[in-house]
Design a protein around this ligand. Structure first.
Ligand SMILES: NC(=O)c1ccc[n+]([C@@H]2O[C@H](COP(=O)([O-])OP(=O)(O)OC[C@H]3O[C@@H](n4cnc5c(N)ncnc54)[C@H](OP(=O)(O)O)[C@@H]3O)[C@@H](O)[C@H]2O)c1
Length: 477
């Protein structure tokens, strides 16, 4: 049971793999280890029919699926820090570490904040830390690599010897090294995993006998929805989420103390980790998520604590789209794959007409992105040869998503890199998105269609992971 929680960390990797190659579908199945082969095969087949669920648990004869639900409004804001408290923030001199260090010193007096990182502090950072020593609070920076077990246990011992206790931990250390799976060297994968995976285990084990008030882990939305180029980072964060669940079990067994909370943050507007503008747009068009304001993030942390949940995903953006994309409906019709109108069922004339119109549309978009002439594009030539790079591929994906109401990632273009192959793929996979082309509708009329979602209102929402797996009634016979 506990080991299965570790493996749940793989879900982030599988989700990213699917985004990088849509032909690949991954699911984590939690099964009885004594399962007979026939029953196992049956469960594998059954699970493949509900591939939209990435984590499925079979308990006896029941099939449970893991899902998200929106958190009820939490009125109380629980502030976890207190006067004279002693806090350890791993990665504390990074973007979010400093935001929360600043928040803590404004809220309490006489606290000690020990921030860790691998680097020596620059004079600019030292100055910033000095500036945080207000209200009698003390800030100490320790050059400690959190993935180093011995170094972490020495640091914890030093803190206990010097201050007598540690009241809370924020595990914020992390790095990113974006690269698609097909190009990712093994070393890079381990480098990204180290601060999160080894880091959380080291911090937890070295404080297992300390009477903590909280153990807060900074995870990422990438663990939940995946992110192209971030297979390692998604896996590392999904591990953090699973570890939080595991630690909370130990708390119930009186083997640990303090509330465990893993927060799946979205991109922060003023965090240390950044993405390029086109990737931001893609996140907005695919999921409705916009970069989160600092004030939203700080409030969200307090609300997450007050919710009493172990894992909370926080998002800010277009509420309607986020609900649609992040919270699956459990209705019967959604559980079973919908029967899609297959383009093969259409008559040949219609298919040709759709293909022709779509390929013309694709060429126009290619030309807008690359600023080249339509006459220069050959529908069977590799588009990479026209000068696409990672940014322009992302822009191309953004424009296609917007124009045809799709939900595709730029990694798709690795496999479908000519206008014709891309056209065939899109028509096969998203037939209903192009039916209007056979109905002689003018593209312009479609563009003018009012879509309330395109009105840029910013609303924030917090979604929580349901603690219990839900019975997949419709699916279960
Ligand atoms: N910012 C966002 O938008 C965002 C979104 C989702 C999730 N998150 C998560 O929130 C956390 C903080 O993000 P951030 O924006 O503050 O990133 P950041 O500015 O890059 O800070 C991360 C810090 O972690 C430290 N670090 C890395 N490896 C370490 C190790 N092995 N031991 C000790 N310290 C280590 C780095 O310092 P050294 O290089 O000196 O070690 C760095 O200061 C990360 O875990 C990230 O995954 C952030």
């Amino acid at each position: 049971m506990v080991r299965s929680k570790y493996f749940a960390g793989l879900s982030g990797l599988l989700k990213t793999a699917t985004l990088e190659n849509p032909n690949l579908v991954g699911q984590i199945l939690e099964l009885n280890p004594q399962e007979e082969t026939d029953a196992l095969i049956e469960k594998l087949e059954d699970s493949s029919k509900i591939s939209k669920y990435s984590r499925i648990r079979y308990v006896g004869d029941r099939c449970l699926v893991c899902n998200w639900s929106e958190i009820d409004k939490v009125d109380d804001k629980e502030i976890p820090w207190k006067d004279n408290g002693v806090y350890l923030i791993s990665g504390g001199a990074g973007g979010l570490g400093l935001i929360f260090a600043e928040e803590i010193v404004q809220k309490v007096k006489g606290a000690v904040l020990v921030l860790t990182g691998r680097s020596t502090l620059t004079s600019e950072k030292s100055g910033r830390l000095k500036g945080l020593e207000i209200n009698g609070n003390k800030i100490i920076y320790k050059q400690v690599d959190v993935s180093d077990k011995v170094a972490v246990s020495i640091l914890v011992k030093e803190m206990l010897d010097t201050y007598g206790t540690i009241n809370g931990i924020i595990h914020s250390a992390g790095i990113v090294k974006d690269n698609f799976i097909v190009k990712k060297p093994k070393e890079e994968f381990w480098e990204v995993l180290a601060p999160k995976v080894a880091g959380v285990v080291n911090l937890d084990l070295s404080t297992k006998d300390v009477a903590l008030d909280f153990f807060i882990i900074f995870s990422s939305g990438a663990a939940v929805v995946g992110n192209p180029g971030q297979a390692d980072y998604s896996a590392a964060n999904a591990f953090l989420d699973a570890y939080a669940e595991y630690r909370e079990i130990l708390v119930d067994l009186d083997q640990r103390s303090g509330k465990t909370l893993s927060i799946n943050w979205p991109l922060w507007e003023n965090g240390g980790m950044k993405v390029d503008e086109e990737s931001e747009k893609l996140m907005m068009s695919r999921l409705g998520i916009t970069p989160m304001l600092t004030s939203t993030g700080i409030n969200a942390l307090y609300r997450c604590i007050s919710s009493g949940e172990v894992q909370v995903m926080v998002v800010e953006g277009l509420l309607k789209r986020m609900r649609q994309k992040l919270i699956s409906s459990d209705e019967t019709s959604d559980v079973f794959p919908k029967t899609m109108t297959n383009s093969a069922n259409r008559n040949n004339n219609e298919s040709e007409s759709v293909h022709k119109k779509l390929s013309e549309g694709l060429v126009q978009i290619v030309c807008k992105v690359l600023k080249v002439q339509e006459k220069d594009i050959d529908n069977n030539s590799d588009l990479n040869d026209y000068g696409f790079d990672s940014i322009t591929w992302t822009e191309f994906a953004n424009r296609l998503n917007q124009e045809y109401e799709l939900d595709i990632n730029p990694t798709l273009f690795f496999e479908y890199s000519t206008v014709n192959s891309l056209c065939d793929y899109l028509i096969k996979e998203f037939p209903s998105n192009f039916t209007y082309m056979t109905q002689q509708q003018d593209l312009k009329a479609k563009e003018e269609k009012v879509d309330e979602e395109t009105v840029p209102t910013t609303i924030n929402m917090a979604a929580k992971k349901k603690k219990q797996f839900k019975i997949c009634e419709a699916y279960y016979k």
